[in-house]
Design a protein around this ligand. Structure first.
Ligand SMILES: NC(=O)c1ccc[n+]([C@@H]2O[C@H](COP(=O)([O-])OP(=O)(O)OC[C@H]3O[C@@H](n4cnc5c(N)ncnc54)[C@H](OP(=O)(O)O)[C@@H]3O)[C@@H](O)[C@H]2O)c1
Length: 525
């Protein structure tokens, strides 16, 4: 395999094309490095990782010298991998023809090893290739391994990396070696603990970056800015002023071609254990002393630790599960989950879950956190809504028949990212009538340029050694510990209490009753 030293590095080419960007590049650019993607012929690499790396290169955010080595079983050559990467960039970023030379320069930094993850030969070949890159391409002895493989391969790859000496940093004063591990991190508490043990027997915790791409979303980070860079909200962000918090992550798609994976996972594992609990910890955490790894991760872990455990005999009072039946999506008739490809016709896997949780600390005592997530719901939307307490006394006697809705703050994660506040306003006219109105901030309208995707942010953070937006071992285990009583109960119950809902609806009526029992209802999304 030739390493093609003739091509100047991508970042150098980009700089020549646009020297004015140098200031930006120098400030934010990581040190030269070699990136290795395990699972390089897979869906995630094609749809997210290659486009994200190209975007970073184009924005002058990749180091001056870098290489990307893909590893997978498919018998590609380096040239096939480069061609696949060109196609992935074209189809996912829709770049103009004028960028073709830059894309070509990017492609020249890609390489490929075809082998089975279990084959020790692949790792010694990788080791010698990375050494060569250091010598010939100036990658500086820094390595980033990305595990974009089915989770069953995480331990095997980690152990092989360890045995081949690839997990060790050459000179810790000068170099770094890091590993990004995709989700799902384990399938229950015991397997997550086991995986943590395996990973940390080979890598130090500071080298490990457990990814939850939700944390890389601009709006999720904006949640921290909103809470901790503004003086007016934090004083009211507590049980004295907040009545309830709702977190919704709704998808309109069904399981598509991932039926086999979904049958094993289910919604609680796929969404709540990771994304939704991450959102909850960011909404509820105490102000960290600084925006840095340990400070933020400590506060997030404290929230997870403070969530009241769900007793096995209270699961049905605090959690609802559902599965979609037939219905309509985008105006088209769609099949029931049980009729999806690679799904059992008698499957009891949940495609919807709703939960009521409490955080037992001074800030949140007795404030319910209602979480819901599902597939084939009425629309795709992720939103956090914070409902404030009603006024203690209403002095507007004329308006007594009007609907006086409590103030609600909505933090929209996707789509139409933004923040809205609902409050009562006087209806124009002689009478004192009150109507709810909305004040809105929209990310797209305020800042124009589209935000980077989560993978761009997180890949860059990892290269820069910033683990703030990645999960620490304790947080992953705490989140699993929390959902285990629900998973166990649902497993034992079989079909009992599994509520069916029509595809394209907002989920089962049982989830509405979860809130109705408390005199509340789900916010409209
Ligand atoms: N896809 C997404 O949108 C997405 C989103 C979030 C998280 N994730 C996570 O990312 C990871 C990858 O997902 P994916 O959708 O990209 O999976 P995928 O399309 O099934 O790709 C799996 C990759 O692993 C390789 N592979 C499997 N067995 C191998 C073996 N024995 N030896 C060598 N290579 C082997 C495959 O290579 P060959 O095909 O060449 O055999 C392929 O490159 C998973 O952990 C998933 O949960 C994915």
């Amino acid at each position: 395999m030739g390493l093609g030293t003739e091509a100047s590095s991508v970042a150098e080419t980009a700089l020549l094309a646009n020297p004015l960007r140098e200031g930006t590049r120098v400030r934010k650019t990581p040190a030269p490095c070699s990136i290795v993607i395990f699972g390089a012929s897979g869906d995630l690499t094609e749809r997210k990782l290659i486009p994200a790396l190209y975007y970073l290169a184009r924005e002058h955010l990749l180091p001056v010298s870098f290489t990307v080595t893909g590893c997978a079983k498919s018998p590609y050559t380096t040239e096939t991998f480069r061609e696949k990467a060109r196609q992935a960039v074209q189809s996912h970023l829709k770049i103009p023809a004028s960028e073709a030379p830059f894309l070509e320069s990017f492609a020249q930094s890609l390489f490929y090893i075809s082998d089975d993850f279990g084959d020790v030969k692949a790792y010694s070949l990788l080791d010698s290739m990375l050494d060569r890159f250091d010598r010939e391409r100036g990658t500086g002895g820094n390595r980033l391994f990305y595990l974009a493989t089915p989770p069953s391969f995480f331990p095997v790859i980690v152990q092989h990396l360890g045995r081949a000496g690839l997990a060790k940093t050459r000179d810790p004063e000068k170099n770094w070696t890091r590993i990004i591990i995709e989700k799902p991190f384990g399938r229950d508490h015991a397997s997550a603990q086991e995986l943590n043990r395996t990973v940390t027997s080979v890598f130090d915790e500071e080298q490990v970056f457990r990814i939850d791409h939700y944390l890389g979303k601009e709006t999720v980070q904006n949640l921290l800015v909103f809470r901790f860079a503004n003086g007016i909200y934090e004083p009211i962000w507590n049980r004295r002023y907040i009545d309830q918090v709702q977190i919704a992550v709704a998808e309109s798609l069904g399981v598509e071609n991932r039926g086999a994976y979904y049958e094993e996972a289910g919604l609680l594992r796929d969404m709540i254990q990771n994304h939704v609990l991450q959102l909850l910890s960011l909404v509820a955490m105490e102000p960290p002393a600084r925006f840095a790894g340990t400070a933020v991760r400590d506060e997030k872990a404290k929230v997870l630790r403070a969530i009241r455990p769900i007793p096995p005999d209270a699961v049905n009072d605090l959690a609802v599960r559902g599965q979609y039946g037939e219905g309509f999506a985008g105006g088209k008739k769609v099949s029931a989950y049980r009729s999806e490809p690679k799904v059992s016709p008698s499957s009891v896997t949940e495609t919807y879950a709703a939960l009521k949780l409490f955080i037992d600390n001074w800030r949140w005592a007795d404030v319910p956190f209602y979480l819901r997530s599902g597939k084939r719901l009425a629309k795709r939307v992720s939103e956090i809504t914070v409902q404030f307490r009603s006024v203690p006394h209403l002095m507007f006697r004329d308006a007594i028949e009007d609907i006086i809705e409590p103030n609600v703050m909505s933090l929209r994660i996707q789509p139409n990212e933004g923040i809205a506040v609902r409050f009562g306003a006087k209806l124009p006219g002689p009478a004192m009538r009150i109507r709810p109105v909305q004040m809105e901030f929209r990310y797209g309208e305020s800042f124009g340029a589209p935000p980077p995707t989560a993978y761009e942010t997180l890949l860059l953070d990892c290269m820069l050694g910033d683990n703030t937006l990645f999960n620490r071992d304790d947080a992953v285990e705490l989140a699993w510990e929390l959902v285990m009583p629900i998973l166990d109960r649902w497993k034992n119950d079989g079909e009992r209490d599994l509520a069916f809902y029509e595809a394209g609806s907002w989920g089962p009526a049982e989830a509405d009753r979860l809130l109705q029992r408390d005199g509340r209802r789900w916010q409209r999304l």
